[in-house]
Each structure stands twice: as structure tokens, then as C-alpha cells.
Design a protein around this ligand. Structure first.
Ligand SMILES: *Cc1c(COP(=O)(O)O)cnc(C)c1O
Length: 357
């Protein structure tokens, strides 16, 4: 019989030269419990270790699981800072509210994140391509299979050293438009970060990979024609070129995830002098405008992907190329602006970097 007893944590993986994305965990985690009587309690930093869970743990059965994703960066002056953690704390609470879970005061969320960053920042090299990816998680822990919200919860923060999500070199990705499967529906959970949004997307993701693409583009589930977002990233489109270019992204209809990177880039693009808009785009119009050359660049953005150009689009109604299939100048300008800000190479005028140590 296979043992289900808790095992000691695997030896931490020390940051290799190219740490990839998702398994170079650092040595610590932060944990905090919730119960109706005690509220949030028992918070503390501990070694990263396996959890011991009752097989009837409610979150495992009914999907009361939410998470977040943020990054900490080592800046040019050696300090380590987390990018816009309060925005993530607020989104975490919107996710909690949507799943009938208790909200976590923002200062407790940030304190948990800070504790892990302070303890493990030594594992982050000063290679500017590397960062500490922070993963807060909360789930219902009641050992009870009644179909109702859990009463008790566990909040955890873990971290891993991240390289580039698509490898260390920024190369345009190819995407497959998902025609037969949808990610979110009106009134559903597409605008929050709950675990239940991701498992069902893996089949489409696998299909994209089998078609030679790295990512899936989701369409709205009501009309099956409006571009929503890509995998776990938001999409931006560029019309025209140079200083007169227009940079736009699809509007927050309630069925796509309001990315912190999306919000940041909207603000940065406008400050850089581009015309900025939130505007719906159908897949047919996307194809037509790429063929006509009016849409010149497309890129995806998110904490993991940063800013990643989209070069090729595969769709059952016709494949097309964006621009010349390479990273365009507006994409490069925005990517550089964001990365320079995160690494402290330009002034942080909006106060987006939360210094930890
Ligand atoms: C997390 C996520 C994003 C990007 O959000 P950021 O806050 O920019 O990291 C976009 N779409 C989905 C579906 C996501 O899960």
C-alpha cells in the first residue's frame, strides 16, 4: 500500500541557470488558518512541507480553492520588491467573495507575502531574467462532504524562482483560437482567480499544443466570436505604428480576468503617449485587420508571461500572421518599460513596487 502519511519536504531546488517556471520552490511557506470562532489565526512562516489533509477536505471535492500570482524582483540597488501586491490582495478578496469564502484583510495577505520574500530572497540571483514568483492559495479545509461552504480555511503563500515563462528568450508565440470550448460564461467565475477555471482549460491547451501552438485564445461563450483572453494572460492589440499607434485591449465584460499587468500596461501606454482604449474585437475582425495590416502587433501580458508577442494565429476559419510574425516596436517599448520599472531602472512614479528588503 502506498503511504499517505505526510512526508518531509523534498530538498529545495536551488535556482539553476534557467529555472523554468513552476518547480524551483524556495525553502519556506507562510500559513494562516481561519475558523468562524477565532477568525484568522495561527499565522507563521515555516519550512515548505507537505500538508496532511483529511480525504474529505471540502476544497478538494467542491472546488473552494482560490489563488493569486505575483512576482518579487531584485532591483538594481539590491533591494527586493513585490509588484503591486495590494491589487492582488483585492482581487484575492473578490475571488473569495465569489466562492463564499472569508475575506482576508489586505495587511495580512501582504504580511504573508513579505514573510516568504524576506526569508527566501537569498535564493533569487541578480540575473534580471529571474524573479520570485509568489503563489498565495486559500482553500476550504472542513473534513465534511455536505454540499455547503467550508467553515474553516487555510491560507498559504509559497514561492518559486522563475525564469521566462516561454523560455529565457522572448520569441513570438503562436496561438489556437478555441472554437469548441469556452473558458467562462456570463455570471460564472471567469473574472476571479479560482482553481476551477483552470482544470477545464487543459484539454484546449493540449489541443493547441497538438496543433503546434503554445497557447489558446478564448472566445466569449454567448456569441462565440468576441476575443476574451489567452490561456492565463490578457491580450493587447496595436493599430498603426510609431507615436501615433493605438494600443487596445478587450473590455472587462465579467468573463475575463482583470490582470494587474493589463491594468499597469494601460496606464503605462497612455503615459508613453499612445492612444489607449478598451474595445471589443471579434475573431473575424482580428483576422481581417491583420490581413489588411491595420492591426500591426498583438501581445499577451500577465505576471508569468510579462509581455509576450503573438506571431501566428491558427483558426479553423483561416490562419493568419500578425505583422511580420516578429515582436513589433510598440510591444518592445511596453515590455522594456515594464521590465525596467520592475527592476528599479526607472523611477517608480506610481508607487507600484512594494519594497520588502
Ligand atoms: C492571472 C491571469 C491573468 C493575468 O493576470 P495578472 O494579474 O496580470 O498576472 C490573465 N488571465 C487569466 C485567466 C489569469 O488567470
Amino acid at each position: 500500500m502506498t503511504s499517505v502519511l505526510p512526508k518531509p519536504a523534498a530538498a529545495p531546488v536551488v535556482a539553476p541557470t534557467s529555472p523554468g517556471h513552476g518547480d524551483a520552490f524556495t525553502r519556506h511557506m507562510y500559513s494562516l488558518r481561519y475558523s468562524p470562532d477565532l477568525g484568522w489565526h495561527d499565522g507563521g512562516l515555516q519550512p515548505l512541507a507537505n500538508l496532511s489533509l483529511h480525504p474529505a477536505t471540502l476544497g478538494l471535492h467542491y472546488g473552494q480553492v482560490i489563488f493569486e500570482g505575483m512576482k518579487a524582483f531584485r532591483r538594481q540597488d539590491g533591494s527586493v520588491a513585490v509588484f503591486r501586491p495590494l491589487e492582488n490582495a483585492r482581487r484575492f478578496n473578490r475571488s473569495a467573495a465569489r466562492l463564499a469564502m472569508p475575506e482576508l484583510p489586505e495587511h495580512l495577505y501582504v504580511a504573508g507575502v513579505d514573510a516568504v520574500v524576506a526569508a527566501d530572497q537569498g535564493e533569487l540571483s541578480d540575473d534580471p531574467d529571474h524573479s520570485l514568483y509568489l503563489r498565495p492559495l486559500m482553500f476550504g479545509t472542513d473534513a465534511n462532504l455536505m454540499l455547503r461552504p467550508s467553515e474553516e480555511y487555510l491560507f498559504l503563500v509559497m514561492a518559486f524562482v522563475a525564469g521566462g515563462f516561454f523560455g529565457d528568450v522572448v520569441r513570438p508565440v503562436s496561438v489556437l483560437v478555441s472554437r469548441d470550448q469556452a473558458r467562462a460564461m456570463p455570471g460564472g467565475t471567469g473574472n476571479v482567480k479560482c482553481a476551477a477555471n483552470y482544470g477545464p482549460s487543459f484539454v484546449a491547451q493540449r489541443k493547441a499544443q497538438q496543433a503546434g501552438c503554445q497557447q489558446v485564445v478564448w472566445l466569449d461563450s454567448a456569441e462565440r466570436r468576441w476575443i476574451e483572453e489567452m490561456g492565463g494572460m490578457n491580450l493587447f492589440f496595436v493599430r498603426g505604428s510609431g507615436q501615433g499607434a493605438e494600443v487596445f485591449t478587450t473590455p472587462l465584460t465579467g468573463t475575463l480576468l482583470p490582470g494587474v499587468t493589463r491594468d499597469s500596461l494601460l496606464r503605462m501606454a497612455s503615459r508613453l503617449g499612445y492612444r489607449v482604449a478598451e474595445q471589443p474585437l471579434s475573431v473575424d475582425q482580428w483576422r481581417a485587420e491583420c490581413e489588411a495590416g491595420t492591426i500591426t502587433e498583438v501581445f499577451a501580458c500577465g505576471t508569468a508571461a510579462v509581455v509576450t508577442p503573438v506571431g501566428q494565429v491558427k483558426d479553423e476559419e483561416g490562419d493568419f500572421t500578425v505583422g511580420n510574425g516578429e515582436m513589433g516596436p510598440v510591444t518592445r517599448t511596453l515590455r522594456t518599460a515594464l521590465v525596467d520599472l520592475q527592476h528599479g531602472r526607472v523611477p517608480d512614479v506610481d508607487g507600484w513596487l512594494h519594497r520588502v528588503c
